[in-house]
Design a binder for this molecule. Sequence first.
Ligand code: HAS
Length: 561
Amino acid sequence: MEISRSLKRIIIIELFVPVSLLTIGIYHGLMQTIYRAGMLQQASVLKLDYYQGLTLHGVINAIVLTTFFAVAFGHATITYYLKKEPNLPLAKISMWLMVTGTLMAAWAMLSGNASVLYTFYPPLKAHPLFYLGAVLLIVGSWLPFFDWAHMYTQWKKVNSEIKTPIAVIGTLVNFTIWFVCTLAVAYEVLVLLIPWSMGWTKTIDVTLARTLFWFFGHALVYFWLLPAYIMFYTMLPKLAGGKLYSDLAGRIAFFSFLILSIPVGVHHQFADPGITRGVKMFQGLLTFGIAIPSFMTAFNLAASLEYAGKQKGSKGLFGWIKKLPFFDPDKYLFAYMICGLILFIFGGLTGIPNASYQLNNVIHNTAFLPGHFHMTVAGPVFLAIIGMSTFLIAQLKGKKIFWPKINVVIPYLWMIGVLIFSTGLMWGGLIGEPRRTNLGTSYLNPSSELFRPDWVPTTMLALAGGVIMFVAGMLYFIVFFGTLIRKRTEDVKLELPESETYHIEKRIPLFDKFKPWLVIMAVVLLLAYVPALWEIYKNNAPKAPPFEINNPVPVTTSVIK
Ligand code: HAS
């Protein structure tokens, strides 16, 4: 379909800005592996400190890139499936709020005034502009959601008997989760962090702030994941040459995410005092529940791929795998998605032991955790984002892909890098290697009395994986920017690959409307979080003054920068 110049420009800017910043994010990813392997035994490089780099890496890759992409991709899917463009002035305001917020936070991080990591846990204190930047980014991302929800209700009025396209359900589910979970972090930032960072309040309630953060923080990971799931359900079967096995199971999966994505945040706080076993057990059980829609997705997609292979005449139990278009440069999105899915088998499975209250004690705050989450967020999420960003840029600018044969190899290179990198981290984590630590200045420095020779092979493995990921990342930049700046040769358009469904399933109204699911979502949220917040209020610990990351002595308000 054709789209207006304004919408085209908005989507392109929303892809260009985060991908440009990603160059800084990926550089700091490589630096992490170098510091941690003990190849550098110092606290900073090029005047950027270890924790400053880790903050830039986490914030750019996990917050900025994912939020901008979710909005850009949301504009594309809603426009394509509802055959109507969003409100353009609102979309522009949203884009400028997000860009301004990102620049404010980037200044705070680059100037060394916000080395608080992407979780910005107090008592670590950042400059107020870092927090304000985060608020603008979030508010900017809310605006299109309100508009899309309005467009959907208008569309439904005239199409009440037609099934809502699954991409529209997925986008609205995702942004509903996002809107609800960001309310908690907005409270944390506006009521607790900014007044404290400005010096208006002297101390802060750390447990309350962490709980509000994780109310947001775990839902955040599904906000990252669901755009990839939309691609898997609506595009992957088509790209493979088949059909989606069950559309209904896909809808059930999306609505299950709506109910269960938020009320599981306490599984990040199993080690926190102030919250008792009962609440931790309940949210731990709900965490096992949130794995179910992903298990359903695994079977649904595998069946869809098997059908695709069989259509091409495969033989035997697993012969269909050989028939899939793994290295077809014209279907490069398939390669990005299948590599993401292969990584997610391991990323998902390593999430399950994390969710167990007992096993969590073994891996909490160890390198096992970044091992787990690089196979999720740097797996299906990142690969779907970079594959789709190249795809949208090529279509919206009317360009051919630059280096198509390299483009189709990038996801495999990245996947191999992540598998090696995460193996090193998880192995290290299981023998006690801590996360978020500059090991080069201590445990991986042979002249230190803390030296741990048993962590040499694990950190070297992570370094080897990190280098491969870095090379894949550089090739992606060449393909993305090469495509962007080359001469226009094609028509400008927006055409998303659209899968048919294998079964002709009747429309079941329950799985085609939001109200009942929103009610269940609210009930489960109250059951999970009222007791947690009550306990924090009841078991209140002394509040904390502000700290900076490299100093165990609190910052007094008189010297806050
Ligand atoms: Fe997690 C910590 C539990 C999923 C990200 N997680 C994190 C952190 C991040 C993160 C960033 O319970 C660290 C936060 C921090 O900084 O402290 N996680 C889970 C569970 C799941 C899970 C149970 N996580 C994710 C996803 C993420 C993500 C998705 C990002 C996108 N996670 C935890 C827990 C912690 C945690 C604890 C806290 C630990 C602590 O102590 O701090 C589940 O949702 C996973 C379910 C997934 C599956 C996999 C399904 C497989 C599929 C692939 C099929 C493949 C096919 C291909 C079809 C069951 C869908 C076939 C191939 C052919 C070739 C044909």
